[in-house]
Ligand binder design. Structure first.
Ligand SMILES: Nc1ncnc2c1ncn2[C@@H]1O[C@H](COP(=O)(O)OP(=O)(O)OP(=O)(O)O)[C@@H](O)[C@H]1O
Ligand SMILES: [Mg+2]
Length: 361
């Protein structure tokens, strides 16, 4: 079976690493000459709107999936004429737009921060008055790693903020005084069977995910599964989806969904019985889902800007390195390590050992 992937970054690369043992081949459509997934499959170097190359991809593969959600809607619609596409065009349309996704959460009774659609500075002035400050202004589409957003703390921050984000459609959200951030990675098969990984606790640094720690028997697991299940069923979703939540007042508020394999699920490669990458491929290919159970304790630490010296990372016990083969650049995710252990105290010590190597690349 040959899988077409829109996007050829590290997520595509890890999909191929998971699918190759299942007998799958891969083709990645990505305009970047140095797309790092090309080491693991065919690289069709073309723009996402290039219909000749999209047609070539559709002709070559059995199905198409995505490694990022900011794919133009027309691209998905075009491909869907020729080849099965998972997740569907309608699921992507909602998940790529913060206004659509938050409106869906509200409709499904999932708590969210207060939010408003912003099409102009006048909309922003009115929404800042009704929602109150602090608040976060975010572009509706294309944001990632904290890009395309601004925290508004005082009245002066509101003035001109719409233009600062490029005068594009935005949403304003109330600032959530969260006690923690968690995410739930789930997989739903073509027949609707759904499985959930354990909740993961996430820590961000400068808006970028730094550390994910998989939990055991988290008290909010059942609530998170309830919320995520509602979204998966509503979208008739096929594949892996990640849902990011704020932990607040002992409950959860929805932040956003990602209709794809997710950075906070990378630990599943070594830390669970069947990784998010393999389960995504099993789901889209119509194969039986694998177990999402955790094996021991695990955590994932991102390498941002540079990968520390490989020999030193690998000298740490039960530490697994993923080097994406990308050029090092400040603020760019270029690799990660998964740490495992039998108990949390040892895990914490191992995280500390890897953290001590950061900045020594
Ligand atoms: N309403 C909010 N209240 C408080 N903090 C927020 C709010 N929205 C976002 N943040 C903080 O900013 C981070 C990034 O926001 P968000 O997840 O919306 O953007 P993103 O660019 O899609 O991020 P990523 O690509 O890392 O998932 C959040 O993980 C959280 O730490
Ligand atoms: Mg996020």
């Amino acid at each position: 079976m040959k899988i077409g992937v829109i996007g050829g970054g590290q997520l595509g690369r890890m999909l191929s690493l998971a699918g190759t043992p299942l007998g799958m081949d891969f083709a990645f459509l990505d305009p970047a000459p140095d797309a790092c997934a090309q080491a693991l499959g065919e690289h069709i170097r073309a723009d996402y709107s290039d219909q000749d190359h999209l047609r070539q991809l559709a002709d070559e593969v059995d199905l198409v999936t995505f490694e990022f959600e900011s794919v133009p809607a027309e691209t998905v619609a075009f491909l869907s004429q020729f080849v099965p596409v998972y997740p569907s065009a309608s699921a992507l349309r909602i998940a790529r737009d913060r206004w659509f996704e938050k409106s869906m959460f509200k409709e499904l009774g999932i708590p969210t921060p207060a939010f408003a659609d912003i099409q102009s500075q006048a909309d922003l002035d009115a929404a800042a008055a009704s929602i109150g400050l602090p608040a976060v202004l975010k572009t509706r589409t294309l944001g990632y790693d904290g890009k395309g957003q601004k925290v508004l703390r005082k009245a002066e921050d509101v003035a001109g903020a719409f233009a600062e984000l490029g005068s594009v459609p935005c949403i304003l959200e109330g600032f959530v005084p969260f006690t923690g951030e968690v995410s739930l990675v789930a997989v739903r098969a073509r027949d609707g069977e759904t499985r959930f990984y354990p909740l993961v606790h996430n820590t961000h640094e400068n808006g970028i995910l730094r550390l994910s720690v998989a939990s055991s028997a988290h008290p909010l697991q059942a609530l998170a599964e309830d919320y995520v299940g509602r979204v998966l069923d509503k979208l008739d979703y096929v594949g892996v989806l990640a849902f990011e939540f704020f932990e607040v007042d002992g409950g959860l508020k929805a932040n956003e969904i990602a209709p794809r394999v997710h950075n906070s699920g990378h630990w599943t490669i070594e830390g669970s019985e069947c990784s998010q990458f393999e389960n995504h491929l099993r789901a889209v290919a119509g194969l039986p889902l694998g177990s999402t159970a955790k094996v021991g304790e695990s955590a994932m630490l991102n390498f941002i800007g540079e990968v520390p010296p490989v020999d030193q990372v690998l000298a740490i016990a039960d530490c697994h390195l993923h080097h994406y083969g990308k050029a090092f650049k400040a603020g760019r995710k270029v690799g990660h390590a998964t740490l495992r252990s039998k108990d949390l105290a040892t895990l914490k010590a191992r995280i500390g050992e890897v953290e001590a190597l950061i900045g020594k690349g």
